[in-house]
Design a binder for this molecule. Sequence first.
Ligand SMILES: *[C@@H]1O[C@H](CO)[C@@H](O)[C@H](O)[C@H]1NC(C)=O
Ligand SMILES: *[C@@H]1O[C@H](CO)[C@@H](O)[C@H](O)[C@H]1NC(C)=O
Length: 199
Amino acid sequence: MFKVLLVFSLIARGVYAGLAPQPLAYNVAPLADIAGIQGSNADSRMFYQRADGSIWQTCVSGHWTNGRTTCDNRIVPANEVLYGTPLAAVATPNLTEWHLFFLSPTYTLSEYIYQQTSISTTNPSGVRGGTSCTDCITSEQFVVVGPRSRALSALYQVQNDEPKLRVWFVSAGQPNTVMEAGKQGNQWTNVSLPDLRVN
Ligand SMILES: *[C@@H]1O[C@H](CO)[C@@H](O)[C@H](O)[C@H]1NC(C)=O
Ligand SMILES: *[C@@H]1O[C@H](CO)[C@@H](O)[C@H](O)[C@H]1NC(C)=O
């Protein structure tokens, strides 16, 4: 009898915890994506959109129950982000560099970059993005098909000291296929998914 009651009370508490909003929780945009990156030392970052539209980064080491949150900062101001945006994030294994992709209110594919060390005057250290970021994908003006496309994915690899970024999305100009934008050095190129049926 005791066991049955205990199980029941655990279920009841679980259900209650699922329904009741946490009083101290952040107010997030519920339909936006969440993007995570993890370094080889298990340090991780999570990107999420708050209810005001801004994108935030939280730094967490380990699982949330035992882990330690070491940062929670705003990366992208609300006026640069589509509400309920898809998100994609990629990083180097040591987390010294990451790239965050999202959509602007006009469905323009947008990027913010973090670099721990300065690479050149156009690639300074810290977080950069917005219209002043000349090597961000934002400046390419790739427009994603609207208004409800969730298709957004990215890969990042450093091969022989050469960083390679790939971003997949569905472009407004060619809504019947997948577009790949690739960056090698500072140069972005884009190509649509080859149709293997014609070969
Ligand atoms: C971090 O990793 C990148 C490549 O993945 C490498 O180029 C860089 O030197 C590393 N930085 C540190 C501080 O280890
Ligand atoms: C690359 O993107 C531009 C701008 O969106 C577009 O006009 C062009 O058709 C794309 N290239 C290919 C090969 O699809």
